[in-house]
Design a protein around this ligand. Structure first.
Ligand code: AMP
Length: 245
């Protein structure tokens, strides 16, 4: 299968050497932010920081934050900004963020976006800070509502290797079984049609303004998410290279 790198550069060539810096993947639930983040991780070797994954890890460990997040996630509601911001701040201090990172699912509100902008400015002024403090590049992935509904309700994940399948669009070779690990695939509890409606409402009211916030800054691009994974990835990579150029 073509990778983002081979789509952009040709399989026989090395990917263009960019310091990717902080990249925000924006877009509604189900546009493919997680899938695309994994493509960029393979290409650039910088970490994916998914606030949804971090919150699910808290839930699985049974922490207080995880218990609260579980309740809110089931209702399609957001976890309070200050809790998510603190969780992201702790993650950004880890050494693997020094060349950049891909934020997937954050920021999801204007206060989170303001917090992130200020946090990165502060870190840039701190001697010895490890965090990559280039200005953020934001990429909005666009997919229409009907397509999103199919993607969300059809989504199944491998609990071992985290590969994402879709029963309609990208089924595994054997129904319900991961091609790589042979594990039984699972559906996220918030990937039902009912919960999706709630998540979309939250998205329209709280997260859509975040896109306008970054559109108004100069390092912003939009990519059509209704294409094969490698083509969407190639669109993101060329946008980031152009905006970092
Ligand atoms: P995701 O995996 O990105 O779809 O996120 C799943 C759920 O986690 C969301 O529906 C929210 O309840 C919660 N969540 C994830 N990221 C955030 C965030 N940046 N702010 C608040 N809640 C979040």
């Amino acid at each position: 299968m073509a990778t983002a790198a081979s789509m952009v550069t040709g399989a026989d060539k090395q990917p263009k050497q960019v310091v990717p810096g902080p990249i925000l993947l924006l877009g509604a639930p189900g546009v493919g932010k997680g899938t695309q983040a994994k493509e960029l991780v393979k290409l650039w070797g910088i970490p994916q920081i998914s606030t949804g994954d971090l919150l699910r890890a808290h839930r699985d460990r049974g922490t207080e934050l995880g218990k609260l997040a579980d309740e809110l996630m089931k209702q399609g509601k957001l976890v309070p900004d200050s809790l998510v911001n603190d969780m992201v701040a702790a993650r950004l201090l880890e050494p693997d963020t020094s060349r950049g990172f891909i934020l997937d699912g954050f920021p999801r509100t204007l206060p989170q976006a303001d917090w992130l902008d200020n946090y990165l400015k502060e870190q840039a002024g701190q001697p010895g800070s490890n965090c990559c403090c280039l200005p953020v590049v934001a990429v909005n992935i666009q997919v229409d509502y009907t397509q999103l509904l199919r993607r969300i309700t059809g989504r199944r994940n491998c609990p071992v290797c985290q590969t994402i399948y879709n029963v309609y669009l990208q089924p595994p070779r054997h129904e319900g079984i991961c091609d790589v690990e042979g594990a039984t695939l699972v559906q996220r509890s918030d990937d039902t049609e009912e919960c999706f409606a709630g998540r979309m409402k939250t998205y329209e009211s709280l997260t859509a303004p975040v896109i306008e916030h970054y559109r108004a800054l100069s390092r912003f691009a939009e990519v059509n998410g209704d294409q094969p994974v490698a083509e969407v990835a190639a669109g993101i990579v060329s946008s980031v290279e152009r905006l970092r150029g």
